[in-house]
Design a protein. Structure first.
Length: 362
């Protein structure tokens, strides 16, 4: 019963369904071929099930879900991910403080200073350490990589809006502009909340961006929590403080079922993170503007990436990618491919950057 099977999927990887919208409810983990009653989904358009690039997925014969968690695998790579020390940056890391408009931002650099620049920005309650596996791997491919803690987050807890200001995406936007100007422009990877900020960054300062990769970014406008696949119905009406409390509780209770070492680090960095920064971000995520039409005409190469077990379905992510004219990639992971599918993510990032850099300048 524990035998592994390799399955090449040529259809919607969110649900394993055939090319039929009647067999996709847009939720990860749907049983292959199971029909979905009308009106039982999330209220979003059903996935069209259009073929995407072929993908070999390892599954177990006795599992119902679309992917097998690395936590259950016994290969050396899975063991490495389970035991990785997220609280310690790799030896190749060069740490420094960047003087941003909001204050000092804890930043790390990997790679040679003359390489093509890449900026990695984490989500809310996240940090530069979320890219500890991705940054060095990109540096090994010749890139100059920076990653940072957003203002108010972890070791950037001294940065913020000041006594009279507000925690907002505009503050983070100005910080990212300053960082990108110092880098001389870069490929930008915005993870989750940083991708929401990245959309406005793209529209205001496209001259600073060689490309944009939206990683696990909420793919819907308005109240993004209301469209989450599992708990969206509970968050139709909420407030920034309630949403922040729910997020903090989820981290402390390990709702995402991350490894022990990862969970310990996630809790430890909350001790430094400013609570107001989380509440402010939740407020932004309750009122995300629909910028799809503007993004589609930005002229900047775009790619969207998300895990098959993300908090929003792959159908939603793929639809958003189509709306903004972006390429799309999916991973056998949850909300954090940089942590649980780093090899695949680095592969796609490097290929994407290489193609962009080989094209004539815009």
């Amino acid at each position: 019963m524990g035998e592994q099977l390799e399955v090449v999927l040529e259809c919607c990887r969110a649900c394993w369904g055939p090319e039929s919208s009647e067999r996709c409810d847009g939720k990860p983990g749907a049983v292959p071929g199971s029909p979905v009653p009308r009106g039982s989904g999330t209220g979003l358009p059903r996935c069209v099930g259009r073929p995407v690039e072929s993908s070999t997925v390892v599954v177990r014969a006795n599992e119902r879900g679309p992917v097998s968690s690395f936590r259950r695998r016994k290969d050396p790579e899975a063991a490495f991910l389970r035991n990785f020390r997220w609280d310690q940056l790799p030896p190749s890391s060069r740490q420094f403080t960047f003087d941003a408009p909001s204050g000092p931002l804890a930043t790390v650099e990997w790679g040679a200073s003359d390489g093509t620049s890449v900026l990695l920005a984490p989500g809310i309650t996240g940090s530069k350490e979320d890219f500890s596996l991705v940054g060095p791997a990109l540096a090994a491919r010749g890139y100059r990589v920076w990653a940072l803690d957003l203002a108010g987050q972890y070791q950037s807890h001294q940065a913020g809006p000041g006594l009279d200001g507000e925690w907002s995406d505009e503050m983070h936007l100005q910080d990212l502009v300053a960082v990108l100007e110092a880098m001389g422009g870069a490929h930008f990877v915005g993870y989750s909340y940083a991708g929401i900020v990245g959309r406005k960054l793209l529209l205001q300062r496209p001259d600073l961006l060689r490309s944009v990769f939206f990683l696990s970014v909420p793919p819907v406008p308005g109240n993004v929590f209301a469209e989450m696949t599992l708990v969206g119905g509970l968050l139709q009406r909420t407030t920034p403080k309630v949403a922040a409390a729910a997020m903090l509780a989820g981290i402390r209770l390990n709702a995402s079922r991350v490894t022990r070492t990862r969970h310990r680090f996630a809790k430890d960095r909350l001790e430094l993170t400013v609570r107001g920064s989380i509440v402010g971000a939740m407020g932004d995520m309750l009122n995300v503007p629909d910028l799809s039409a503007q993004l589609a005409t930005s002229g900047v190469p775009l790619m969207v990436g998300a895990g098959a077990k993300d908090m929003w379905s792959l159908c939603q992510h793929r639809e958003h990618a189509e709306q903004i004219g972006a390429q799309f990639r999916s991973y056998t992971s949850g909300h954090a491919p940089s942590e649980t599918a780093p090899k695949e993510l680095v592969r796609d990032l490097a290929e994407f950057f290489r193609k962009v850099d080989s094209e004539p300048a815009r």
